[in-house]
Ligand binder design. Structure first.
Ligand code: ADE
Length: 310
């Protein structure tokens, strides 16, 4: 997997590339990255990348010419020349619930992008980037991350070159650089071989279904990390007592069955507390449902549609 990042702040990424999982993946050649300084594609003395918006209004807009040149320098032609239909996502493809079959980005993969390049514009106006999006994009050979700045990017760049527009959340950042780092991080850790434990990325929050989880070699329930679309359970390490708080006794008991049950319950509690919306589409067993109802959960379709009583 190769990432190309187009930005007016190339140095922004230096620290990001030099730490943790991303650094190791780059070092091991499991992913590679190129950073294009947008100002390198200007031709005036001031290396101008922005201009005032037509129609007036606040702020500045990233000019189309340097962006187009930067993309062309990567061998990326306009979509019309690439023979790709514009990403006119059908309604079912714009669902924002993270369901793998309907995730933003799936279309690009379905349409023969499996071994190709796709251009992604990072913007607050984009489809929401989720774990499922990260997975759907994984078969691509190259992902070009175009970082917006100022008030935005001239929309013709989006129309002509971008295969999708992604937002990392419902807030406005000063630019797409942080979002590009988020996308690259989330995708990198899914690349086979990047995480020490091949399976571990599958068991994290929003990961695979609980039924697919098995115990590891020594019989300890593998960290489920929010499997089945739930949030992760709390983690503890030594010392057994800290700040007057003891680590939950069950975790020291060696009883793997109990540990698994406790963790599942914690996942359910945490998800109900912090992200009840996830429960509507989580993979829940009858036991899970009983537990949730005892905690005050009302499933969708119940009379008040309330997420939590009281
Ligand atoms: N640029 C500004 N805000 C953004 C967001 N929420 N996601 C992606 N890019 C952005």
């Amino acid at each position: 997997m190769r990432f190309e990042i187009i930005t007016i702040f190339p140095e922004f990424f230096t620290g990001f590339f030099e730490h943790g999982v991303v650094r190791r993946a780059l070092k091991d050649g499991l992913v590679s990255v190129g950073v294009q300084d947008l100002r390198e594609f200007t031709h005036d003395r001031h290396r101008t990348v922005d201009d005032r918006p037509f129609g007036g209004g606040e702020g500045m807009v990233l000019k189309p010419e340097p962006l187009a040149e930067a993309l062309e320098s990567l061998g990326i032609a306009a979509k019309a020349e690439r023979g790709l239909s514009p990403p006119t996502l059908a309604p079912e493809k714009t669902r924002q619930d993270g369901a793998p079959h309907s995730v933003a980005g799936t279309q690009a993969v379905e349409e023969g992008a499996v071994a190709g390049t796709r251009v992604i514009l990072l913007s607050a106006q984009g489809l929401r980037f989720t774990q499922a999006t990260a997975r759907a994009l994984l078969p691509l050979e190259r992902v070009v991350l175009l970082c917006g700045r100022y008030e935005g990017v001239d929309e013709r760049i989006n129309s002509l070159y971008c295969d999708m527009e992604l937002s990392i959340g419902d807030y406005v950042l000063s630019g797409g650089e942080l979002a590009a780092a988020v996308v690259m991080d989330a995708m990198t850790r899914l690349v086979p071989g990047v995480l020490g434990n091949e399976a571990s990325s599958e068991f994290e929050s929003f990961g695979i279904t609980d039924s697919e989880i098995s115990a590891d070699e020594i019989g300890v329930p593998r960290s489920q990390h929010g499997s089945g679309g739930l949030l992760d359970y709390p983690h503890y390490t030594r010392p057994a007592e800290f700040g007057g708080l003891a680590a939950p006794e069950v975790l020291l008991s060696g009883d793997h069955q109990q540990i698994r049950r406790w963790r599942r319950e914690q996942q359910l509690r945490k998800t109900l507390e912090n992200r009840p919306d996830l429960l509507d589409r989580a993979q829940l067993s009858d036991e899970d449902r009983r537990m949730l109802v005892s905690l005050g959960w009302q499933p969708v379709g119940w009379p008040s549609r309330g997420r939590r009583q009281g």
